[in-house]
Design a protein around this ligand. Structure first.
Ligand code: GLU
Length: 440
């Protein structure tokens, strides 16, 4: 039976959460509400026509599928899979697939819409999508994960395709999962279709630089923000929450750029050393011990306290809803670079704005990943692969350009970078709808 009580620990939620009735979130941290309140604000300022407003609010397609698999024990278990295509007016739907107990329809709908706005901010010819399976991948064997991935892929295969919907990695999915999706899709089509997913292993049509792309994008926009705030890049202090694919690469690249990374954290907690950490050394520790816990060259700091450290740049690169109305007033960073999707609630936005904190919003800050996904898709379709400096150079150009366009929008309308980014994105998607007209 579905539980009617709120589930306190999102990671340990039971497997029977109804995908469409999500009681885990209070109003402030409901991700769909978080997305919609910014959308409404930007749409109002753009004087968006009421008809278009209605069209852009509604996801194109919401698919919920049952995913039965045989566990290694021989027992059959049925998981719930979701794929939401939010908008495809600018091109194929694009967005990751996550395997997590916290997946819900509300969350996937919000993340799919965020992908639409993210792709539009960096001006890629893509719409937005997101998918997920409600499961705890840490309790599954490699064989179980493969069967889950393949069965989920075949359940949503009608929407997938290089011209219609192109998944990528997200929370708890990786290159290996993308390889299984690509193979399952290709077996159904009876020929190899590399461009159906991005974030694949390089040896099977992945792009060089894709793995580092989100973290690299964070560096590019942070550098730009520091310049804009007339702050020095060299020696700027940084705290990074999250030491996964986004956070660890952002920390590594920021350090290489001469910035001083003073704190990093993962789900076991964090390490703080005001004199600066050696990020490479932290990575070595994690390679050996799996987590940061126990790293000796700094003081332990909690995942809550890391957000409140006196630093120049804070990079929340872990989960949603970590900066809320409860802790926003305690944040001391001058710049926040949102490596994660949705780390700040809408209520917290107002508090950060009032404090004059410069927030580089998620739909701009972490768009480096989908930008190199786009490069991967282009390379697969062209059958011609670029070297890594070319990938990085083109990524930098797109990120710098997007940053400047968002900043110009924010100045023109006297709004925050976040609302500026939404306005830029909504304006681009709306323009496409106006040109295409309404098919009836
Ligand atoms: N999951 C990533 C994101 O949230 C990448 C999506 C993609 O490359 O399609 O942006």
């Amino acid at each position: 039976m579905p539980s009617s009580k709120p589930v306190p620990n999102r990671r340990k939620a039971n497997a029977f959460i109804s995908p469409d009735k999500d009681r885990r979130f209070a109003a402030e941290d409901n991700p769909f509400e978080a997305m919609m309140s910014r959308f409404d604000d930007a749409a109002r300022r753009l004087n968006l026509e009421p008809g278009l407003y209605k069209v852009l609010r509604a996801p194109d397609k919401q698919i919920i599928v049952s995913v039965p698999i045989m566990r290694d024990s021989g027992e059959i278990e049925v998981f719930t899979g979701i794929r939401v295509l939010h908008n495809t007016s600018r091109g194929p739907a694009k967005g990751g697939i996550r395997f997590d107990m916290a997946v819900s329809l509300d969350e996937v709908k919000a993340l799919a819409a965020w992908m639409t706005w993210k792709c539009a901010v960096v001006n890629l010819p893509f719409g937005g999508a997101k998918g997920g399976v409600i499961c705890d991948p840490t309790s599954m064997s490699m064989g179980e994960l493969e069967r889950l991935t393949r069965r989920y892929t075949s359940a949503i295969i009608d929407v997938l395709g290089p011209d219609s919907d192109v998944p990528a990695p997200d929370v708890n999915t990786n290159e290996r999962v993308m390889a299984w999706i690509m193979d399952t899709y290709s077996m159904h089509k009876r020929h190899t279709v590399t461009a159906v997913v991005t974030g694949k292993p390089v040896a099977m049509g992945g792009s060089l630089g894709r793995r580092e792309a989100t973290g690299r994008g964070c560096l590019v926009v942070t550098r730009r923000a520091l310049e804009r705030k007339k702050m020095k890049v060299k020696g700027a202090t940084v705290a990074v929450q999250g030491f996964g694919n986004v956070g660890s690469i952002a920390a590594q690249l920021m350090q290489k750029e001469g910035m001083k990374v003073v704190a990093v954290s993962d789900k076991t907690g964090g390490i703080y050393n005001p004199k600066g950490l050696d990020v490479e050394d932290c990575l070595k520790w994690v390679a050996e011990h799996k987590f940061l816990a126990g790293y000796p060259k700094g003081k332990p700091v909690s995942n809550e306290a890391i957000l409140e450290l006196p630093v120049d740049v804070l990079v929340p690169a872990a989960l949603e809803n970590v900066i809320t109305s409860k802790n926003a007033s305690k944040i001391k960073a001058k710049i926040i670079c949102e490596g994660a999707n949705g780390p700040t609630t809408a209520k917290a936005d107002a508090i950060l704005d009032a404090k004059g904190i410069y927030v580089i919003p998620d739909i701009l800050a972490n768009a480096g990943g989908v930008t190199v996904s786009y490069f991967e898709w282009v390379q697969d379709r062209g059958g011609y692969f670029w070297d890594e400096p070319t990938v990085n150079e083109r990524l930098e150009k797109i990120m710098v350009n997007a940053f400047d366009e968002v900043a110009a929008m924010a100045v023109k309308h006297d709004v925050s970078m976040r609302i500026g980014a939404y306005m830029l994105a909504i304006d681009r998607v709306a323009a496409m709808h106006r040109m295409r007209g309404l098919y009836a």
